[in-house]
Write a protein that binds this ligand. Structure first.
Ligand code: NAD
Ligand code: AHE
Ligand code: ZN
Length: 369
Protein backbone atom coordinates (compact mmCIF):
# COMPACT_ATOMS: atom_id res chain seq x y z
CA UNK A 1 0.00 0.00 0.00
CA UNK A 2 0.90 3.67 -0.19
CA UNK A 3 0.94 5.90 2.86
CA UNK A 4 1.89 9.47 3.72
CA UNK A 5 4.97 9.90 5.83
CA UNK A 6 7.47 12.50 7.00
CA UNK A 7 10.79 11.04 5.88
CA UNK A 8 14.19 11.96 7.34
CA UNK A 9 16.31 11.58 4.20
CA UNK A 10 19.43 13.07 5.79
CA UNK A 11 20.62 14.13 9.23
CA UNK A 12 20.13 17.83 9.94
CA UNK A 13 17.64 18.38 7.09
CA UNK A 14 13.92 19.08 7.43
CA UNK A 15 11.61 16.08 7.09
CA UNK A 16 9.97 15.64 3.68
CA UNK A 17 6.31 14.67 3.36
CA UNK A 18 6.02 12.03 0.64
CA UNK A 19 3.95 8.99 -0.31
CA UNK A 20 5.96 5.92 0.62
CA UNK A 21 5.36 2.25 -0.14
CA UNK A 22 4.52 0.03 2.80
CA UNK A 23 4.49 -3.77 2.63
CA UNK A 24 1.85 -5.66 4.61
CA UNK A 25 2.52 -7.42 7.92
CA UNK A 26 4.53 -10.66 7.90
CA UNK A 27 4.36 -13.39 10.58
CA UNK A 28 4.06 -11.89 14.07
CA UNK A 29 3.56 -8.38 12.64
CA UNK A 30 0.68 -5.90 12.66
CA UNK A 31 -0.37 -3.09 10.31
CA UNK A 32 -1.45 -0.02 12.29
CA UNK A 33 -3.10 3.19 11.11
CA UNK A 34 -1.46 5.94 13.16
CA UNK A 35 -4.02 8.55 14.22
CA UNK A 36 -1.75 10.87 16.19
CA UNK A 37 1.90 11.16 17.21
CA UNK A 38 3.84 13.35 19.59
CA UNK A 39 7.23 14.93 18.82
CA UNK A 40 9.77 13.92 21.48
CA UNK A 41 13.21 15.46 21.90
CA UNK A 42 14.68 12.05 21.09
CA UNK A 43 13.31 12.38 17.53
CA UNK A 44 15.12 15.72 17.26
CA UNK A 45 18.27 14.14 18.74
CA UNK A 46 18.30 11.44 16.04
CA UNK A 47 17.36 13.86 13.25
CA UNK A 48 20.23 16.16 14.28
CA UNK A 49 22.79 13.41 13.62
CA UNK A 50 23.80 13.07 17.30
CA UNK A 51 22.44 9.51 17.68
CA UNK A 52 25.09 6.81 17.23
CA UNK A 53 22.27 4.51 16.08
CA UNK A 54 20.83 7.05 13.63
CA UNK A 55 20.33 5.64 10.13
CA UNK A 56 18.95 7.48 7.10
CA UNK A 57 16.68 7.61 5.25
CA UNK A 58 14.25 6.71 8.00
CA UNK A 59 10.75 7.43 9.23
CA UNK A 60 11.15 8.78 12.77
CA UNK A 61 8.50 9.06 15.50
CA UNK A 62 7.91 6.84 18.52
CA UNK A 63 5.07 8.46 20.48
CA UNK A 64 1.94 7.37 18.64
CA UNK A 65 -1.54 5.94 18.95
CA UNK A 66 -3.68 4.28 16.33
CA UNK A 67 -5.89 1.43 15.17
CA UNK A 68 -4.98 -2.09 14.06
CA UNK A 69 -5.92 -2.60 10.40
CA UNK A 70 -4.49 -6.04 9.64
CA UNK A 71 -2.53 -8.77 11.43
CA UNK A 72 0.05 -11.16 10.01
CA UNK A 73 0.12 -14.94 10.52
CA UNK A 74 0.36 -16.09 14.12
CA UNK A 75 -0.72 -12.82 15.73
CA UNK A 76 -3.11 -13.52 18.61
CA UNK A 77 -3.02 -10.61 21.09
CA UNK A 78 -4.50 -7.89 18.85
CA UNK A 79 -7.10 -7.87 16.07
CA UNK A 80 -8.32 -5.40 13.45
CA UNK A 81 -10.17 -2.52 15.10
CA UNK A 82 -8.19 -2.62 18.35
CA UNK A 83 -6.81 0.71 19.56
CA UNK A 84 -3.10 0.52 20.29
CA UNK A 85 -0.03 2.44 21.40
CA UNK A 86 3.28 1.43 19.74
CA UNK A 87 6.07 0.49 22.15
CA UNK A 88 9.72 1.27 21.50
CA UNK A 89 10.41 -0.90 24.52
CA UNK A 90 8.48 -4.07 23.64
CA UNK A 91 7.35 -6.71 26.09
CA UNK A 92 7.70 -10.28 24.82
CA UNK A 93 7.18 -11.77 28.30
CA UNK A 94 9.58 -14.59 27.37
CA UNK A 95 13.16 -13.29 27.10
CA UNK A 96 15.69 -13.34 29.93
CA UNK A 97 15.06 -9.63 30.51
CA UNK A 98 11.26 -9.86 30.61
CA UNK A 99 11.57 -12.74 33.07
CA UNK A 100 13.79 -10.67 35.39
CA UNK A 101 11.69 -8.29 37.53
CA UNK A 102 14.68 -5.92 37.80
CA UNK A 103 14.34 -4.55 34.26
CA UNK A 104 11.86 -3.52 31.57
CA UNK A 105 14.44 -3.74 28.77
CA UNK A 106 12.96 -6.59 26.68
CA UNK A 107 15.74 -7.64 24.30
CA UNK A 108 13.69 -9.89 22.01
CA UNK A 109 14.08 -7.58 18.99
CA UNK A 110 16.57 -4.94 20.23
CA UNK A 111 19.35 -5.78 17.73
CA UNK A 112 17.27 -5.36 14.56
CA UNK A 113 15.28 -2.49 16.04
CA UNK A 114 18.50 -0.55 16.60
CA UNK A 115 19.32 -0.96 12.91
CA UNK A 116 15.90 0.33 11.86
CA UNK A 117 14.77 -3.09 10.68
CA UNK A 118 11.94 -5.49 11.47
CA UNK A 119 12.89 -8.64 13.42
CA UNK A 120 13.47 -10.61 10.17
CA UNK A 121 16.16 -8.08 9.18
CA UNK A 122 14.18 -6.27 6.46
CA UNK A 123 12.25 -3.01 6.19
CA UNK A 124 8.58 -2.68 5.21
CA UNK A 125 9.04 0.91 3.98
CA UNK A 126 10.46 2.06 0.64
CA UNK A 127 10.37 5.14 -1.57
CA UNK A 128 10.90 4.99 -5.31
CA UNK A 129 12.39 1.51 -4.84
CA UNK A 130 14.88 2.66 -2.18
CA UNK A 131 14.71 1.16 1.31
CA UNK A 132 13.55 3.47 4.12
CA UNK A 133 14.43 2.39 7.66
CA UNK A 134 12.06 2.08 10.62
CA UNK A 135 12.87 3.99 13.84
CA UNK A 136 12.79 2.69 17.41
CA UNK A 137 10.55 -0.07 16.10
CA UNK A 138 7.70 2.44 15.70
CA UNK A 139 7.97 5.00 12.84
CA UNK A 140 4.91 6.93 13.94
CA UNK A 141 5.59 9.84 11.55
CA UNK A 142 3.78 7.71 8.95
CA UNK A 143 0.01 7.44 8.59
CA UNK A 144 0.45 3.65 8.47
CA UNK A 145 3.22 1.53 9.94
CA UNK A 146 4.05 -2.11 10.61
CA UNK A 147 5.16 -3.26 14.06
CA UNK A 148 5.90 -6.54 15.79
CA UNK A 149 2.94 -7.75 17.87
CA UNK A 150 5.07 -7.60 21.04
CA UNK A 151 5.52 -3.87 20.48
CA UNK A 152 1.83 -2.98 20.79
CA UNK A 153 -0.15 -2.11 23.91
CA UNK A 154 -3.90 -2.57 23.45
CA UNK A 155 -5.79 0.34 25.03
CA UNK A 156 -9.44 1.18 25.75
CA UNK A 157 -11.32 2.44 22.67
CA UNK A 158 -12.72 5.60 24.26
CA UNK A 159 -9.28 7.18 24.89
CA UNK A 160 -8.56 10.15 22.55
CA UNK A 161 -5.65 9.38 20.21
CA UNK A 162 -4.42 12.98 20.14
CA UNK A 163 -3.81 12.91 23.90
CA UNK A 164 -2.89 9.33 24.80
CA UNK A 165 -0.25 9.16 22.07
CA UNK A 166 1.91 11.06 24.62
CA UNK A 167 1.73 7.98 26.88
CA UNK A 168 3.76 6.21 24.17
CA UNK A 169 6.85 8.02 25.52
CA UNK A 170 6.82 11.25 27.54
CA UNK A 171 4.11 10.59 30.11
CA UNK A 172 5.20 7.03 30.86
CA UNK A 173 8.90 7.96 30.92
CA UNK A 174 8.46 10.82 33.37
CA UNK A 175 5.94 9.24 35.73
CA UNK A 176 7.63 5.84 35.46
CA UNK A 177 11.05 7.29 36.36
CA UNK A 178 9.53 8.36 39.68
CA UNK A 179 7.36 5.35 40.42
CA UNK A 180 9.20 2.40 38.85
CA UNK A 181 12.84 3.49 38.81
CA UNK A 182 13.31 5.78 41.82
CA UNK A 183 10.36 4.37 43.79
CA UNK A 184 9.96 7.76 45.48
CA UNK A 185 8.44 7.71 48.98
CA UNK A 186 5.83 10.07 50.45
CA UNK A 187 7.51 13.16 51.87
CA UNK A 188 10.60 13.02 49.64
CA UNK A 189 12.51 16.08 48.40
CA UNK A 190 13.33 16.05 44.70
CA UNK A 191 15.00 18.14 42.00
CA UNK A 192 14.02 17.90 38.34
CA UNK A 193 16.47 19.28 35.76
CA UNK A 194 14.75 20.21 32.48
CA UNK A 195 11.06 21.19 32.53
CA UNK A 196 10.12 20.00 29.04
CA UNK A 197 7.86 17.20 27.90
CA UNK A 198 9.62 14.66 30.12
CA UNK A 199 10.51 16.79 33.15
CA UNK A 200 6.91 17.96 33.60
CA UNK A 201 5.81 14.36 33.79
CA UNK A 202 8.51 13.67 36.38
CA UNK A 203 6.94 16.52 38.36
CA UNK A 204 3.48 15.05 37.85
CA UNK A 205 4.82 11.67 39.04
CA UNK A 206 6.43 13.26 42.11
CA UNK A 207 3.14 14.87 43.07
CA UNK A 208 1.37 11.50 42.65
CA UNK A 209 4.02 9.88 44.86
CA UNK A 210 3.50 12.49 47.58
CA UNK A 211 6.83 14.34 47.43
CA UNK A 212 7.05 17.30 49.84
CA UNK A 213 9.50 19.44 47.86
CA UNK A 214 9.76 19.48 44.06
CA UNK A 215 12.48 21.82 42.78
CA UNK A 216 12.50 22.49 39.03
CA UNK A 217 15.65 23.69 37.25
CA UNK A 218 15.54 25.15 33.75
CA UNK A 219 17.39 27.83 31.80
CA UNK A 220 14.15 28.84 30.13
CA UNK A 221 12.01 30.91 32.56
CA UNK A 222 8.98 30.39 30.30
CA UNK A 223 8.80 26.80 31.57
CA UNK A 224 8.09 27.90 35.13
CA UNK A 225 4.31 28.47 35.00
CA UNK A 226 3.45 25.06 33.57
CA UNK A 227 5.76 23.30 36.03
CA UNK A 228 4.07 25.09 38.95
CA UNK A 229 0.70 23.98 37.61
CA UNK A 230 1.89 20.37 37.82
CA UNK A 231 3.29 20.61 41.36
CA UNK A 232 6.73 22.28 41.28
CA UNK A 233 7.31 23.99 44.63
CA UNK A 234 10.56 25.91 43.86
CA UNK A 235 12.05 27.14 40.58
CA UNK A 236 15.75 27.66 39.94
CA UNK A 237 17.15 29.28 36.81
CA UNK A 238 20.88 28.39 36.79
CA UNK A 239 21.60 31.60 34.86
CA UNK A 240 20.38 33.60 37.87
CA UNK A 241 22.26 31.70 40.56
CA UNK A 242 25.30 33.51 41.86
CA UNK A 243 28.08 31.10 42.76
CA UNK A 244 27.95 27.34 42.73
CA UNK A 245 24.67 25.76 41.52
CA UNK A 246 25.22 22.53 43.49
CA UNK A 247 25.76 24.44 46.73
CA UNK A 248 22.62 26.49 46.04
CA UNK A 249 20.50 23.38 45.43
CA UNK A 250 21.92 21.53 48.44
CA UNK A 251 21.01 24.47 50.64
CA UNK A 252 17.54 24.81 49.10
CA UNK A 253 16.77 21.14 49.80
CA UNK A 254 18.17 21.12 53.32
CA UNK A 255 21.29 19.07 52.61
CA UNK A 256 20.59 17.69 49.15
CA UNK A 257 17.61 16.01 47.51
CA UNK A 258 16.47 12.45 48.16
CA UNK A 259 15.98 12.10 44.41
CA UNK A 260 17.20 14.10 41.42
CA UNK A 261 16.27 13.58 37.77
CA UNK A 262 18.05 14.72 34.62
CA UNK A 263 15.60 15.40 31.80
CA UNK A 264 17.94 17.56 29.68
CA UNK A 265 20.42 15.13 28.06
CA UNK A 266 23.27 17.49 29.01
CA UNK A 267 26.15 15.64 30.71
CA UNK A 268 27.19 18.68 32.79
CA UNK A 269 23.64 18.87 34.11
CA UNK A 270 23.79 15.14 34.89
CA UNK A 271 26.83 15.80 37.07
CA UNK A 272 25.08 18.66 38.85
CA UNK A 273 22.08 16.36 39.40
CA UNK A 274 24.23 13.65 40.96
CA UNK A 275 26.11 16.07 43.18
CA UNK A 276 22.97 17.80 44.45
CA UNK A 277 21.60 14.47 45.70
CA UNK A 278 21.81 14.00 49.48
CA UNK A 279 24.99 12.57 50.96
CA UNK A 280 24.46 9.04 52.25
CA UNK A 281 21.30 8.15 50.33
CA UNK A 282 20.44 10.54 47.48
CA UNK A 283 19.67 8.89 44.14
CA UNK A 284 20.09 10.59 40.77
CA UNK A 285 18.19 9.21 37.80
CA UNK A 286 19.40 9.91 34.26
CA UNK A 287 16.56 10.17 31.77
CA UNK A 288 18.13 12.49 29.18
CA UNK A 289 19.79 11.03 26.11
CA UNK A 290 23.25 12.44 25.42
CA UNK A 291 24.95 12.85 22.02
CA UNK A 292 27.42 10.35 20.55
CA UNK A 293 30.77 10.66 22.31
CA UNK A 294 29.44 12.50 25.38
CA UNK A 295 30.49 11.03 28.72
CA UNK A 296 29.50 11.62 32.34
CA UNK A 297 32.01 12.22 35.09
CA UNK A 298 32.16 12.99 38.80
CA UNK A 299 34.54 12.38 41.67
CA UNK A 300 34.16 8.75 42.79
CA UNK A 301 33.98 10.23 46.29
CA UNK A 302 30.43 11.32 45.40
CA UNK A 303 29.45 7.65 45.16
CA UNK A 304 31.69 6.50 48.00
CA UNK A 305 29.73 8.86 50.20
CA UNK A 306 26.46 7.21 49.37
CA UNK A 307 24.98 8.89 46.31
CA UNK A 308 23.59 6.54 43.67
CA UNK A 309 23.64 7.15 39.90
CA UNK A 310 21.00 5.32 37.89
CA UNK A 311 19.29 5.51 34.52
CA UNK A 312 15.87 4.72 33.14
CA UNK A 313 14.43 3.88 29.73
CA UNK A 314 10.71 4.32 29.12
CA UNK A 315 10.38 4.98 32.85
CA UNK A 316 11.07 1.35 33.67
CA UNK A 317 7.62 0.52 32.29
CA UNK A 318 6.63 -2.82 30.80
CA UNK A 319 4.58 -1.46 27.97
CA UNK A 320 1.93 -4.07 27.27
CA UNK A 321 1.17 -4.33 30.99
CA UNK A 322 1.64 -0.75 32.21
CA UNK A 323 0.57 1.47 29.28
CA UNK A 324 -3.14 0.43 29.33
CA UNK A 325 -3.15 1.22 33.07
CA UNK A 326 -1.66 4.67 32.49
CA UNK A 327 -4.33 5.31 29.85
CA UNK A 328 -6.91 4.44 32.55
CA UNK A 329 -5.22 6.89 34.95
CA UNK A 330 -5.66 9.61 32.34
CA UNK A 331 -9.25 8.70 31.56
CA UNK A 332 -10.10 8.57 35.29
CA UNK A 333 -8.51 11.97 35.96
CA UNK A 334 -5.64 10.66 38.09
CA UNK A 335 -3.10 12.26 35.76
CA UNK A 336 -3.36 15.20 33.37
CA UNK A 337 -2.10 15.36 29.81
CA UNK A 338 -4.11 18.00 27.92
CA UNK A 339 -2.33 21.18 29.15
CA UNK A 340 1.07 19.78 28.17
CA UNK A 341 -0.02 19.36 24.56
CA UNK A 342 0.59 22.95 23.62
CA UNK A 343 0.37 22.54 19.83
CA UNK A 344 -1.40 20.22 17.37
CA UNK A 345 -0.77 20.24 13.63
CA UNK A 346 -1.24 18.25 10.43
CA UNK A 347 1.65 16.12 9.15
CA UNK A 348 2.47 18.83 6.57
CA UNK A 349 3.49 21.13 9.44
CA UNK A 350 5.67 18.67 11.34
CA UNK A 351 8.84 20.71 10.73
CA UNK A 352 7.14 23.67 12.42
CA UNK A 353 6.65 21.39 15.44
CA UNK A 354 10.40 20.72 15.54
CA UNK A 355 11.11 24.46 15.26
CA UNK A 356 8.85 25.13 18.26
CA UNK A 357 10.74 22.46 20.23
CA UNK A 358 14.17 23.89 19.26
CA UNK A 359 13.07 27.39 20.28
CA UNK A 360 11.68 26.09 23.60
CA UNK A 361 8.21 27.42 22.74
CA UNK A 362 6.26 24.15 23.06
CA UNK A 363 5.93 21.40 25.62
CA UNK A 364 4.50 18.75 23.31
CA UNK A 365 3.47 19.16 19.70
CA UNK A 366 1.16 16.46 18.40
CA UNK A 367 0.63 15.64 14.74
CA UNK A 368 -2.92 14.53 13.98
CA UNK A 369 -3.41 12.52 10.79
P1 NAD B 1 12.39 19.16 25.81
O1 NAD B 1 13.13 19.83 24.75
O2 NAD B 1 10.91 19.24 25.83
O3 NAD B 1 12.87 19.64 27.27
C1 NAD B 1 14.20 19.82 27.63
C2 NAD B 1 14.24 20.93 28.68
O4 NAD B 1 15.56 21.01 29.21
C3 NAD B 1 13.90 22.30 28.12
O5 NAD B 1 12.89 22.92 28.90
C4 NAD B 1 15.21 23.06 28.19
O6 NAD B 1 15.05 24.44 28.39
C5 NAD B 1 15.88 22.37 29.37
N1 NAD B 1 17.34 22.49 29.39
C6 NAD B 1 18.20 22.30 28.37
N2 NAD B 1 19.47 22.50 28.77
C7 NAD B 1 19.41 22.81 30.09
C8 NAD B 1 20.40 23.12 31.08
N3 NAD B 1 21.69 23.16 30.79
N4 NAD B 1 19.98 23.38 32.33
C9 NAD B 1 18.64 23.35 32.64
N5 NAD B 1 17.68 23.08 31.74
C10 NAD B 1 18.06 22.81 30.49
O7 NAD B 1 12.83 17.62 25.75
P2 NAD B 1 12.04 16.33 26.30
O8 NAD B 1 11.18 15.78 25.23
O9 NAD B 1 11.47 16.67 27.62
O10 NAD B 1 13.27 15.32 26.49
C11 NAD B 1 14.21 15.55 27.51
C12 NAD B 1 15.35 14.54 27.41
O11 NAD B 1 14.86 13.23 27.74
C13 NAD B 1 15.95 14.40 26.01
O12 NAD B 1 17.34 14.19 26.16
C14 NAD B 1 15.28 13.15 25.47
O13 NAD B 1 16.04 12.55 24.44
C15 NAD B 1 15.23 12.30 26.72
N6 NAD B 1 14.25 11.21 26.76
C16 NAD B 1 14.66 10.04 27.35
C17 NAD B 1 13.76 8.99 27.50
C18 NAD B 1 14.19 7.73 28.17
O14 NAD B 1 13.48 6.74 28.06
N7 NAD B 1 15.29 7.70 28.89
C19 NAD B 1 12.47 9.12 27.00
C20 NAD B 1 12.10 10.34 26.40
C21 NAD B 1 13.00 11.38 26.28
N1 AHE C 1 20.26 5.35 20.32
C1 AHE C 1 20.85 6.11 21.40
C2 AHE C 1 20.14 5.87 22.70
C3 AHE C 1 18.74 6.38 22.69
C4 AHE C 1 18.06 6.01 23.98
O1 AHE C 1 18.69 5.92 25.04
N2 AHE C 1 16.79 5.77 23.90
C5 AHE C 1 15.98 5.49 25.07
C6 AHE C 1 14.60 5.93 24.78
S1 AHE C 1 14.49 7.65 24.44
C7 AHE C 1 12.87 7.85 24.09
O2 AHE C 1 12.59 9.13 23.83
C8 AHE C 1 15.92 3.98 25.34
O3 AHE C 1 14.88 3.37 25.41
N3 AHE C 1 17.07 3.39 25.52
C9 AHE C 1 17.20 1.97 25.73
C10 AHE C 1 17.52 1.29 24.42
O4 AHE C 1 17.62 0.07 24.41
O5 AHE C 1 17.63 2.00 23.39
C11 AHE C 1 22.32 5.78 21.56
O6 AHE C 1 22.97 6.50 22.30
O7 AHE C 1 22.79 4.84 20.89
ZN1 ZN D 1 10.65 9.84 23.44
Amino acid sequence: MKTRAAVAFEAGKPLEIVEVDLEGPRAGEVLVEIKATGLCHTDEFTLSGADPEGVFPAILGHEGAGVVLEVGPGVTSVKPGDHVIPLYTPECRECEYCLNPKTNLCQAIRATQGQGLMPDGTSRFSYKGREIRHYMGCSTFANHTVLPEIALARIRPDAPFDKVCYIGCGVTTGIGAVINTAKVEIGARAIVFGLGGIGLNVIQGLRLAGADQIVGVDLNPAKRAMAERFGMTDFVNPAEVEGDLVAHLVELTGGGADYTFDATGNVQVMRTALESAHKGWGESIIIGVAPAGAEISTRPFQLVTGRVWRGTAFGGARGRTDVPRIVDWYMNGKIEIDPMITHTMPLEDINKGFELMRRGESIRSVVVF
